[in-house]
Design a protein around this ligand. Structure first.
Ligand SMILES: [Fe+2]
Length: 312
């Protein structure tokens, strides 16, 4: 086995309840298969206890209660494994899904809620005014950012740039997909980016840029953020092209060069994510974006996002 493959061996394991394996599309990620009987028992338990998404929204502690339902079925080490993967600089990401056992999007929300509450707490999402956000991409859009615009590339970025709370991790789950060609999640691990050194060692790498969100995000504060910072003595990134305000031509050229360089990097992964599957990555050293969709008047794709911080 070569050194590249070693990166994704650390957490590989198999139990009665789940299997952790190298991701078929990336040597920077894992794929986790939870056994069908575990998913079925989890869904049965939710029904028996009369849990609904509304109840999770209105009674926050229920989010931890259902995380415990899942934990009882998969074992306590499961939470430690996914936390370990997300903290692991070599990888820092995984996919997991519901194996096509349900198409009920309420059950997708409950599953993602349980997973995230095993590792930390989701942040309040000001756009949806909930702890999660669902958003649809269709043929037409009249919003004020590229989030819902189907036919153009949504450039690589990190989340949480315009809020002053930590955004350690990000989860995206495919809720629905009809008449969609393209639109893959694009992902780039910072350490795979060929020109990372050029931009992280640049004098503007530690310049405090101003970030402001557009109206739809319902966040009216301004925050100052450096593009690069250190965590565990490794360079991490905070960047989104749409919400950063430059004051000089030099600053603008630095950020545009950085964005273009990432977009054109050969290590960008275009992830195929089936409906009912989710991807979770460390938001400090993974960038994410979206490929353009092919034009289709009946395009209908829905994604859910949760982002948050690690439990102390
Ligand atoms: Fe994002």
């Amino acid at each position: 086995m070569n050194a590249v493959d070693q990166k994704v061996m650390k957490f590989v394991q198999k139990t009665q309840a789940y299997e952790v394996m190298p991701h078929p599309q990336s040597n920077r990620m894992y794929h986790i298969e939870i056994s069908a009987h575990v998913i079925e028992e989890f869904l049965t338990k939710l029904k028996e206890e009369d849990v609904s998404v509304q109840r999770l929204e209105y009674t926050p502690y229920m989010r931890h209660i259902i995380a415990n339902y899942l934990q009882q079925l998969v074992g306590e080490e499961f939470g430690e494994i996914i936390r370990g993967i997300l903290h692991d600089r070599e990888t820092g990401g995984y996919t997991v899904g519901m194996k096509g056992l349900t198409e009920d999007t309420e059950e997708y929300v409950m599953f993602a809620t349980a997973i995230t509450h095993l590792i930390g707490l989701p942040n309040f999402d000001a756009m949806s005014k909930k702890y999660y956000a669902r958003f649809t991409v269709q043929d037409t859009d009249n919003s004020d950012s590229y989030l819902r615009q189907a036919y153009r590339l949504f450039t690589l970025h990190t989340d949480g740039t315009f809020v002053d709370e930590p955004t350690d991790w990000l989860l995206m789950m495919k809720m629905k997909e009809e008449n969609a060609v393209g639109g893959e999640s694009r992902l780039l691990h910072l350490d795979d980016w060929e020109e990372m050194g050029k931009y992280s060692n640049h004098p503007l790498a530690s310049h405090e840029f101003t970030y402001k969100a557009p109206g739809s995000k319902n966040v009216d504060q301004e925050v100052q953020r450096t593009t690069f910072f250190k965590d565990n003595n490794k360079p991490c990134i905070c960047f989104i092209d749409q919400f950063v305000y430059t004051e000089t031509i030099e600053e603008a050229e630095y950020l545009k060069g950085l964005s273009d360089s990432m977009e054109n990097d050969k290590s960008v992964i275009e992830l195929k994510l089936p409906v009912g599957d989710l991807v979770m990555v460390n938001n400090l050293f993974w960038l994410h974006g979206r490929a353009a969709f092919q034009k289709d008047p009946n395009l209908n794709r829905e994604l859910m996002r949760l982002r948050g911080r690690f439990a102390k």
